[in-house]
Design a protein around this ligand. Sequence first.
Ligand SMILES: Cc1cc2nc3c(=O)[nH]c(=O)nc-3n(C[C@H](O)[C@H](O)[C@H](O)COP(=O)(O)OP(=O)(O)OC[C@H]3O[C@@H](n4cnc5c(N)ncnc54)[C@H](O)[C@@H]3O)c2cc1C
Ligand code: SF4
Length: 431
Amino acid sequence: MSDLIYYLVPTLLALITIRLYVGAGRKRSRRHAAVLKEAVEAGLTEPPSLHPVVDLSVCMGSGACVRACPEKALGVIDGKGVLINPTHCIGHGACASACPVGAIKLVFGTAKRGVDIPQVTPDFETNVPGIFIAGELGGMGLIRNAIRQGSQAIGAIARRPRTTAEFDVVVVGAGPAGIAASLAAQEAGLRYVTIEQEDSLGGTTYHYPRNKLVMTAPMQLPLVGEIRVREVSKEQLMEIWRGVLDKARPAICFGERMESIAPQAGLFVVKTSRREYRAGNVLLAIGRRGTPRKLGAKGEEQSKVVYRLIEAEQYRGRQVLVVGGGDSALEAALEVSDADGTVVTLSYRGRAFDRVKPKNRARLEEAIANCRIRQILESTVKAIEPGRVVLARGEETVELPNDAVIVCAGGELPTPMLKKIGIQVDTRYGT
Ligand SMILES: Cc1cc2nc3c(=O)[nH]c(=O)nc-3n(C[C@H](O)[C@H](O)[C@H](O)COP(=O)(O)OP(=O)(O)OC[C@H]3O[C@@H](n4cnc5c(N)ncnc54)[C@H](O)[C@@H]3O)c2cc1C
Ligand code: SF4
């Protein structure tokens, strides 16, 4: 009898453990399948740039990639790794390094959606001599890569012969690549100016969600030294950028947008929303988010028109028009409508919000039913005036009292501008 117990107990324990393990695996598989289903239904199936492709014949479903991915982009469904949240992937490749059997390959673009990658030399110079590209625009995401490339590109520019132009280099963009480039140019004694279309420092990092955990690695910033961080909150990262501004005082012109670059007698004429610069070199550190798409409506230049929601609280008690039909428009309208006394109208030129996350659609329906948001479909903005907006809906004109307009109409990608300058761009479809 005691022998029987001796063998039976461990066997039973082993069976229970296996059962629990299999049960947990099934539960996880169902959970990840539900996330994937939601992404597919919302049409959010195309990763923005570099992303993993799992070789299913090699994958053994260890889940190491799922644990390694800080963006929760991967899942395991039926024992195989799957990109369940494709639009969340930012391409840092932690998944590929974590995979114990090397089943993950990182690629640009998919068969459906090509990703444009400009051709650059190891010194980050494009095929147009004197025009350089650093950071995410060159295809490689991540803060530390952008910082390294920004510094290295300036190193290459500093080695080029000086010209008689007013500036040795115009740096375009003040994200991580542009920050590092500005500091490196200052350190190298170059005559430089950095122009940034927004009023903030940090580029994409400035727009991370509040309290986002930022994964990075120690980075070397010229003039500032080593920044020893691995995991920081978005707010701590903003503190680091602010410290850079205070310490090194780089020459950054905020709220100034580069509009064109034209070669002229061995130099480049960089035309911005404010003036023209003549420079021997140009460093494009403009990332991949592009420039917010404008409406082209009369009065759009007023300061009450913004292209991204930063702080919902500032709209408390105000009459707000949100324009757009994607998730960012719905999320902005919902967030603003949470504040007491705020009147929110959502204008969209389409007939229905059919390319958004089901969760956002359901929340919008609820907000409309509770009279927190009014939607005006098949409408376009005709004019924005100091105290009101005028919308066109078919033959009809709708006038609304208005204090603020938030436009979420997507971005104009930089590729056409690159091609216009003559920079060679390769379109990658999953390679
Ligand atoms: C949600 C999310 C989470 C992420 N999390 C991480 C993370 O945890 N760790 C990590 O390492 N990376 C992360 N990344 C990636 C990282 O933020 C980017 O790789 C990095 O910001 C790229 O830096 P950049 O300087 O090349 O471009 P950006 O940061 O995009 O900056 C480009 C700048 O150029 C400006 N600009 C563009 N066009 C013009 C113009 N015509 N005129 C003037 N200025 C212009 C823009 O306004 C912007 O300020 C994340 C990205 C996203 C979207
Ligand atoms: S590349 Fe990075 S964000 Fe994308 S799935 Fe892998 S670990 Fe996640």
